[in-house]
Design a protein around this ligand. Structure first.
Ligand code: GDP
Length: 305
């Protein structure tokens, strides 16, 4: 919780500051205040679609209650944002957990280079291992030698085996080997890194489809999770990447990184709402412990702190 508060400090301070200015000198929520509020939400990277949804809801409450004091706006906004997050983020998990099943639980990780994909995989491996699970990593981003080396560093740091091949080898082949190795070891979790090039949507789609198909030769219902990693500090770029990846493959969960050091934390609310995909993890620093299971209640608490 403390790490989360600290991680969201910039977002929260900037948001509450803008919110304060939006209602300055006003005692009731009127058209002007709603216009200002709209600007506050958009400039906090909540995204236009989600902002309009929130404004509509608050307008409806004003209409229903006839009068809404600006002193209540904070509380009401908080309720509406929590409500929105609840639509896609059902649970209130605080622990790193994976479903119990016979075959290894396979997480395929996607996202463009630089967003923190490797770091997130390393942090996840650490958390699952600390929770007593056996973990196997797969370096299926074979396009960049640096990607394989980086993952090896995390594998060594966390003491988790990494299945890898030469740079330039077939990503699907690496994924196949990784799953076979995990099955042989009777592992609990497999985390597969994939290439982060976005230069060509068709290529990306073909590559991810092939990796999935080949995985299914080993574990028929793999992957059990497709985790898209987004860099929260890029604001609207993260929306664009979410659009491209959800068009290329079925994304089932999100990790939003680098929320520390940015005032753009509102992306978490907007992306989850707009794409109707749960945020499962948030990155709040570079360290091995700086990944948190997304908990919507704690998130909203920190946001409005
Ligand atoms: P990849 O290319 O997507 O695999 O990105 P990396 O995992 O190599 O991360 C790129 C940079 O972002 C590295 O310097 C990481 O330390 C940094 N990074 C990753 N996650 C976070 C985070 O949650 N907070 C901060 N501040 N930095 C992060």
């Amino acid at each position: 919780k403390e790490t989360l508060d600290k991680g969201l400090e910039k977002t929260s301070t900037s948001f509450l500051d803008k919110l304060g200015k939006a209602v300055a000198g006003k005692s009731k929520v009127d058209e002007d205040v709603l216009d200002n509020l709209e600007e506050v939400l958009v400039s906090s990277d909540v995204g236009v679609t989600t902002t309009l949804k929130v404004i509509d809801r608050i307008e409806a409450r004003v209409a229903k209650d006839k009068y809404l004091g600006t002193d209540e706006l904070n509380k009401i906004l908080r309720e509406e944002i929590a409500g929105l997050l609840s639509e896609t983020n059902s649970g209130n998990a605080t622990e790193f957990e994976i479903p119990k099943q016979d075959a290894p639980y396979v997480i395929m990780v996607v996202g463009v280079n630089g967003v923190g994909k490797t770091t997130t995989i390393g942090k996840l491996a650490h958390q699952f291992k600390s929770a007593g699970k056996t973990v196997v990593l797969g370096a299926a981003d074979t396009f960049r030698a640096a990607a394989i080396d980086q993952l090896q560093i995390w594998a060594d740091r966390t003491g988790v085996p990494l299945v890898r091949q030469e740079m330039g080898s077939d990503p699907a082949s690496v994924a196949f080997d990784t799953l076979e190795s995990a099955v042989t070891k009777n592992a609990d979790v497999v985390i597969i890194d994939t290439a982060g090039r976005l230069h060509n949507k068709v290529n990306l789609m073909n590559e991810l489809t092939k990796v999935k198909r080949v995985m299914q030769k080993v574990i028929p219902d793999a992957p059990h999770e497709v985790l898209l990693v987004l860099d929260g500090s890029t604001g609207q770029n993260a929306f664009e990447q979410a659009k491209q990846f959800t068009a290329a493959t079925e994304v089932t969960s999100l990790a939003v990184t680098k929320l520390d050091g940015t005032a753009k934390g509102g992306v978490v609310i907007g992306i989850s709402d707009q794409f109707q995909i749960p945020v499962k993890y948030i990155g709040v620093g570079e360290g091995i412990e700086d990944l948190q299971v997304f908990n919507k209640i704690e998130f909203v608490d920190s946001f409005f702190k």
